[in-house]
Write a protein that binds this ligand. Structure first.
Ligand code: TYD
Length: 213
């Protein structure tokens, strides 16, 4: 099945379950005969995965907030140029685990008043939004305990603490309210299958429109 490309991103606070749901949606779409690229940020291309290691591993003070914005944006530019852009041009469905909204929230809204810089750099260097963004919304305390349970070597951003998790959830919901045409907010509490069904219902109209195009 081919058609115009469709770009779907998944967003949410750490431990929201968005990665599981992104993977499940990609599988379901494939089973439905769609040509799907499942990818993630930071990363998704060779260069961007190299930058991922720079930005997520090591000392929490390794980078200033400004440098971090540049690194995330550099990774995104490479990912878009080499992987996402060509996939969309070939008419594929791209399911991306995090995209620019993560930089708006993690760097722009929670680490100093840097949102203006994030947005300007995005306009200058990225200049594209997903067609649809699925925000998996959960209780921040639940997210925090899940994220702590699977702590690994990428720990620069893990464990922001409960207060920060609450602020980030609120910031994601504000972003969704400000961009209602693009965002679909999904309740991330409940069994995995139930949440997957909610995600599918949320993207069904876009899929139908695509098939009709
Ligand atoms: P991710 O691999 O999605 O982790 P998780 O599965 O825990 O959500 O993302 C890694 C971390 O990188 C996560 O804490 C969010 C952070 N991040 C940013 O701070 N800015 C960004 O632009 C992106 C894409 C991620």
């Amino acid at each position: 099945m081919t058609g115009p490309g469709l770009f779907i991103s998944f967003e949410g606070i750490d431990g929201s379950g968005k990665s599981t749901q992104a993977r499940r949606l990609a599988e379901t779409l494939r089973q439905g005969g769609h040509d799907v690229l499942h990818t993630r940020e930071p990363g998704g291309s060779k260069g961007a995965e190299d930058i991922r290691a720079l930005v997520l591993e090591g000392d929490p003070d390794r980078w200033s907030p400004e440098t971090e914005i540049l690194l995330f944006t550099a990774a995104r530019r490479d990912h878009l140029e080499r992987v996402i852009g060509p996939a969309l041009a070939a008419g594929r469905i791209v399911v991306c685990d995090r995209f620019a909204d993560s930089t708006r929230i993690y760097q722009g809204a929670t680490r100093g008043d840097l949102r203006g810089i994030v947005d300007r750099l995005h306009d200058l260097m990225i200049g594209r939004e997903p067609d649809l963004t699925i925000l998996i919304d959960i209780d921040p305390d639940v997210g925090l305990s899940r994220a702590r349970a699977r702590k690994g070597h990428e720990e620069r951003f893990e464990d922001f603490g409960a207060d920060m998790q609450h602020r980030m959830r609120a910031a994601f919901l504000d972003l969704a309210r400000a961009n209602p045409a693009r965002f679909r907010v999904i309740d991330g509490t409940g069994p995995e299958d139930t949440i997957a069904a909610r995600v599918q219902a949320a993207i069904a109209p876009a899929l139908a429109a695509r098939s009709a195009a």
